[in-house]
Design a protein around this ligand. Sequence first.
Ligand code: ADP
Length: 441
Amino acid sequence: MYFIVGRTAFSLLITSLCAVLGHLLGLWWWGPLNWGAWIGAGIGVVLAGVRDGLRGHRVLEWLRSGHSTGAPRYRSAWGELAYRIERALVLRDKALTGEQQRLAEFLSAIEASPNGVLMLDAKGHITWCNSVAADHFGLDPERDRGQRVTNLVRMPAFVELLQAPPQAEPVTLLFQPLGLMLSILVRSYGQGLKLVLSQDVTERHRAEGMRRDFVANVSHEIRTPLTVLAGFVETMASLPLTDAERQRVLGLMTQQTRRMQTLVSDLLTLAQLEGSPRPMADHWVELADLLAQVAGEAHGLSQGRHRLGFPADEEVAGVQIGGAQSELLSAMTNLATNAVRYTPEGGSIDITWCTRDSGEGVYEVRDTGVGIERQHLPRLTERFYRVDGSRSRETGGTGLGLSIVKHVVQRHGAQLEVDSEPGKGSSFRIVFPAVRLRRSA
Ligand code: ADP
């Protein structure tokens, strides 16, 4: 208001000045009766109008230029208008920046989610997705924005899921070629918009598969000797047997019972290894004692059918390994008895110990046995994995030995290394880290 009154007063002043000037000039030119005052006033009005028009033009120019510079400052209605517009724009920009910041924070919170989040518009075009969803569906969060998702993820089951009415429960789908098992939940919101939530359940699925396989394997391993035992019991109950026959049947029954005992004992060992904390390195076990027990087991199993070699006493005297005695013994014996079991009569087995320059200690079992083909090597430590099932069972194997070895090795911070050549023999090594070794005085 102040500006409008001021501006009007200023225009009136100019007009009046021009009128007075015009009157004076008119007096000089025409005498007392003249039009000078009117002409002067007219010129004053035109000058005020032109000045006002120019200012209006500048304000318009400023608005058209995207108001990147400050608004023109005039002590007039135009100045007031430009100032008010400028203030409104500043307030709007501030509010917008605040909103954008809140949106960015919200999106980065979704981005931090371990699950995939994919937002679709009513036509199934991608409006936004986080990087987890991009990895799950093989999308590019920037490049693919605005694209129809079914053009990019062409899996029929996924397309069907998007088109079906939203389900309350997530659906699990296998996404090739990445081989991901994804649990997908589609939710509708707003005006036909869709939210696709994805979770990678590949590992869980694999673990469930392994658990199922494990239960099936255990059942199978126990059922076989049980069936044999049941058959023998029936035979003994229904047939009159001579003493010799009874002895033979009892011998076979004992064999099957031992097989079940070994299996249950291996299963318990595995369960204990998986469920107990890692053994501390502050309990020291004499390597010589361990080797003596390993030698006893190996000789007992071989019954003189193989040549067995062990490190000389002075090589291992004083060497101690930090860990759990029973576990170390179990792992070292397993490797030695495997060598005996998979080496034909007349073959040789060498058990050695050496300390590397790095301070690591290597327990090695080398045999001249049947060997293992290359493709089996990565799977040897899987539970119940056998290269030759019948040979394993014939020699009393449970398929769990190397699995136990792997657990013990891991729990002691060691490494298991295997080299093998079919028909020539194998070498299994446990490499203990320097921190788990010491030499007593
Ligand atoms: P198993 O009780 O069947 O011996 P392991 O877990 O100890 O089970 O071994 C897994 C498989 O690895 C065995 O079935 C066998 O085929 C193979 N294997 C293990 N040790 C040797 C070895 N020294 N020589 C040849 N094959 C071996």
